[in-house]
Each structure stands twice: as structure tokens, then as C-alpha cells.
Design a protein around this ligand. Sequence first.
Ligand code: PEP
Ligand code: MG
Length: 761
Amino acid sequence: MNLLTAAFQGAVLTARRLMRRLRDVMAGSGSAEVRLNKIVHLIAAELHADVCSCYVMRAGEVLELFATHGLRQEAVHKTRLRSGEGIVGDIAAKMQPLALANAQAHPHFAYRPETGEEPFQSMMGVPILRGGRVRGVLTIQHKERRQYREDEIELLETIGMVVAELIAAGELVSAGEISPAGDPLLLPQRLEGLSLSPGMAAGRAVLHKPQITIREMVSDNADAELTRLHEAIAALLNELDKILGTSSGGIQGESREILETYKVFASDHGWLTKHEDAIKQGLTAEAAVQKVQNDYSARFSQINDPMIKEKAADLDDLATRMLQHLTGRHTTAASTLPEDAILIARTLGPAELLDYDTRKIRGLILESGTSASHVAIVAKALDIPVIGQCGGILSRLEPLDPLIIDGTRGIVYVRPNEDVQEQFVHSMALKQERAFMLNELRDLPGTTRDAVDISLMLNCGLAVDFDHLQPTGADGVGLYRTEIPFMVRGSFPNVEQQAQIYRYAFARTEGKALTIRTLDVGGDKMLPYQTDQGEENPALGWRAIRIGLDRPSMLRQQLRAILEAADGRPFNLMFPMIATIAELIESKKILQLEIDRRTACGKVVPEKLRIGLMMEVPSLIWQVPGLLPHVDFLSIGSNDLLQYFFAADRTNPLVSRRYDPLSPAFLLLIREMAAMCNTAGKSLSVCGEMASRPLEAMTLVGLGVRMLSISPSAFVPIKAMVRSMDVKPLSDYLTTQLLRPDASLRQKLTDFARDHGVLLT
Ligand code: PEP
Ligand code: MG
């Protein structure tokens, strides 16, 4: 055996022995501080160091000496250094280890007389990292001048991992005090995003991502851990291959690229070696994954390139998948939701949101998301304020951080100060006032000041939405999105199960209009049990009525269930995403088949069944005169119509913000539609999100729209707005503006509303 190999093996043995002892201390009795003291003594003894000290990060980005072997005990809890101050602060700020043969000659050396550290010449320190953030700094010092070896630095980093667990347990400093690196600790922060659902809420942060707790950090059976690691990597690669697929069934586009990157990383020799080294030093496979991930996050957090940040997030996901394989657990935070949860997610599907106990969810913050995303629509229906496009929020929060969110203005207050808290209380009082207003408004008609009647309907999707019908005094349901109950189930419901859902809708709308839309799945509304078609452009793809016409048995089953539930009662039926008159005629034929079937069985059919369609595809606009004789009503689905009109994906924030529904082009289209319908005596409503925003709703009325279908939380402001406006001056004003070259009339219309006393709350 040569000398180098012997030295290496000696280092590995020291590491393993130390880790074993560390594990015993961690699992042993005594307070966290007592255990931390034992740990620093142990490290000093095993590494033959004169000093070992542990600094813990406290509020205000201050590193406080918590335990030491070798420095004066009086310095404990007295010596404090700001991040960036002194060598210890430098290690924290740079999130990098530092090894110095002559520490006192270092430009950052900060002399602290209370420590009595004059005799010690060499120093080596590592950041204590967890979740990519600095929790403290661990140092060793020697009297003599010496160079520290790579394996010693590595070992101290590994020990830092274990100490991080002790700090994160919240006994040394409370969890609330430990906050993100790079941000002033515990200081309030204000982040801005996009308002997706209005309202204010206060609560505690719950991060929507698998929370995997590692039970065992240390193992003395490195071979077994290496085997576990290799098995987990093999399983991961296998899983990625399966997801990627080989032929047309595989995933496409950006998601494919991300997974390809995962694969490249998971097969990377350097990445694997880092894990293996951590295990050889005595960590379990899962602790090794966490350690490597900490190192990467620390390194990436220093780089401000958005592409790199994205990659860092991908690596995080990769580590999570690895941990899931290793622990066999796919735990989400759903089971441990506090009563006042504010959910934070990168992206979230509506079904995922509904997996939670939504009664406990006070708010939702997404790093992505637009107002047309279905999760935003579902959250709105549940009266949950939502803020989207709040980039980087996941990395700025700790679980259970106190938050106040202003969904109306798209602002998140992290660890809010007293001013914000007072403002919150004030807003809550306003909300109460609004509830009183609702009472007052309920029985008043939705009539403008110049006596134009506007029919105000509700959009419903979830059972809970129907609760708003009576208290709002809405004229009925202008859009019942039938796919939402389908999205929260585990499998496609049969006719009887569907009929049950619709019976509920009929029962709750008794005496009022009910407008049922046939299934609108595909595009951004995938059913969890639906086979992904792997379409390149799902929004332009096989969705809504296109599926209904290509798979008529599915549409027939739904129509059968609706007719069964109606039991002869009148209702409105509308088809989504119709692009040609021929598609409408075909849909009506399918409906007729079901009506005939009921008649043949001697079952009652509704004496009044009004048929309509969703105006969502621009191709129909020039066919309106030919279309109107075939329908009783039209409803503008402005969410989709806008995306197809401007060729701007409603779920892609890069383009969805670019085109305003208050642009002259879109408003001209609506005015034209309203005129054609009014002339033909056919009713026209708007049921997209546009109708739920006061300024937009005011404009729609000015353009000739006489029916708005609104999400429940927006009902009161819209009714108040309608009752405060005059139609004539607005439509005259619009006539002067619609041919102007402005990209948007938003500002002008806001000024108009202010000058004419229109309530836009
Ligand atoms: C619309 O497109 O405006 C609409 C109401 O339908 P959905 O949002 O459900 O696609
Ligand atoms: Mg639509």
C-alpha cells in the first residue's frame, strides 16, 4: 500500500468514526445546545484541532457564536458577526469554505478580544447549509501554521450537514428566526406579482412541494448506502426514460428538454462521485443527496442568470425525485396543513389545489400562472385570493413564514411589519362593509342610472359556487363549467354519477336560469385520467367540442345525464369551442338523438331547452348572420376568444400580458357581435373573466352587452358598478376612441369612470 492510499484510507476511517459518534450525540439526550457543545468537542478531538466553533445564523443576518472548544466560553452568545464581516461572515456571505494557513493576515480578519483567539494561526471554516441557505458557520483553528487538505474541508462540510439538522429543528433558534440567505433575515419583504383572484388574506406559508424528512443522516455501512444510491439512480433514470417515451406518446417541447437535462445530470460522473464521496464519509444515501443539492444551490445562488436559476430549480426537482426513490415516500404538505395556510407553488393544477383541504387555504401564490389558468378560476370560485407570476418566491420563504397577501393588487408581504398588519385589519373592515353592501344590493335590480337593465349571472363550476346564488341575488347561472367536477375525480364518471352532479345543479338553481356547458376538456384542462395526446399545441388541439364530436359516445353520455337530471325542467345548453356552423349543427343532431331516445322510452323532455354556443374561436365572427338562426343565444368566452384573436397563449405570461382585452381591436369585435345579436333579437352574454372585472364589465355594457356572467367573488363590485354608470355617455365616448391606434384604452376608460363617478372597487 503506498503512502497516499494509506493517508486516504486513514482519512476515510476518521470520517466514518467521527460520523458514527456524531450520530450518537445527535440521537442522545440533552438540549440542542448541550448536543452542539458535545459536537464541537468531538470534532476538535477527532481532527486534532485546537479550536472548533459553531456560529449560528440569527435574525438580521447575524452569526452568533453558539458553541466552542478552544475559544473562551465567555464569548459564547456574545461574539456576533454580520454576514460578510470577518472570516466567518465572509464564509457565510460567499457560501463557500475558506482554508487559511495565516488567518490573521487575511484582509477580512476581524479581531474579537473576548474570544482569546490570538494564539491560533490557521483557520478553516465551512458554511452550514440547508435548503440552499446558510444556517451557520463551522470552523476549526490550529495554533501552528498549516495547510488544510481537501478531504478535511470535505469532512467539515459533511459534518455541517448534520449540524444543519440540529439548527433546522428550531431548538437553538426558533424556526421563525431562520430565514432565507441573501435577504435580510426576519426583515419584512414586499414582493409583486399579478392579481389572479382578488381579496386579502393573512396566514402562514405552506410550500407546495414534496416535504421529505430524512430520518437517518449517518450510516456506518457505506457499502449498503452506495448500493442504495446506485439503485435509486437506476430507478430514476428508468423513470425518466419512461416519461420521455420513445415514440409519439412521449412528452414534447420544453418539458422534454428539462427531463433530458435531468438525465444528463443523473448520468454525470462528477455528480455521482460527489454523492459517493459524501456516503464514504459516513452519510446515508439520502443525506448525501441533500448535501450535494445544498452545495449546488449554494453555488447557483451566487449567479444571477435566470437560465442558471431555472437549472437550479431543475436540480432541486431532481434531488426531490431521488429522495422519493430512496425513501419510497411521495409526501405532500397536504396532510399537515395549518388552519391559515397560504399555499406557495411554482405551478399548480386545479386538481392539485382541490387535493388540499381548501377550507384551510387563505391564499395562493404561484411563481407562474395567469388569470385564465384554471387553478386561478377554481381558487376564485372558492374566494381564495391568488397572486401569480411571483418569480422566485419559493426560494425566499421558509415554511410557516407569516404572510399577508393582497390579491387585488398582486402584492405579497413576507413577515409583514405593523403598518401592513394595520392596513390588513382596515381592509378586512372594508370587506365586512362589502358584505353589508351585498345585503343592500341583493334585492336591487342590476339597472344602470339611465335605466338600462343588465342581467347579472353567476359562473359556477364547483358545488360551493351555487351557495352564492341566493345571497348575491344573481339572475341565474350564465356558465356552468361541467369539467370541473370531472377534474377532481379519479376516473371518468358514468351516466348516473354525472346525473347526480347535474341534479345538484338543477336543485340549487330552482326558479332561476341554468346554463350548462358541455365538457370542455383538453387544452389547459386535462383530466387526471385522460391520456395525454402529446400534442405540440394543446390549446389549438383536440379539445372541447372537437373531442365531443370525434367521440360522440362521450358527449351523448353527458347529454343523457343532463336530460335525466333536468327531468323536464327548462335549461340552457351551450357547446364550447365551436368553430363552424357545421360543428354546431352536428352537435345539435347528437342532442336530438338523446332527446329522441328519452321520448322513445316515454321519459319527459324539457319543454324549453335553449341552445347556444361559446364564442371562442374567431372563425365564427364572420359567420354570425348564418349562425344566429340555429341558436337561441351566444356567450362570449373572452378568455379563449382573446387568446385565439391575438394568437397569444392564455397560460403563457410572456404573451398573455401583452394583449389587453381593452384594446380597440377586441372591443370593436365585441361591439359588432352585440349589434348583430341585438338586431336578430338573440341574447348575448360575456362569461369570460373580462365580465368579472369592473372596468372591463363597464366597457362591455358600453359596447351593448346586456348580460354578464360573473365569478361569485366579483358579483358585488360588478353590480355596484352597473348601478353607478350611465350607458349612453360611455357608448358615445367609445365611438370616438375605437378607431384610435392605442394598444389599449385602459387608462382612458379608467379616467372616464373616475370623471363620471362609476364605482370601480
Ligand atoms: C372562456 O374561454 O372565456 C371561458 C369562459 O371558458 P373557459 O375559461 O372555461 O375556457
Ligand atoms: Mg373557454
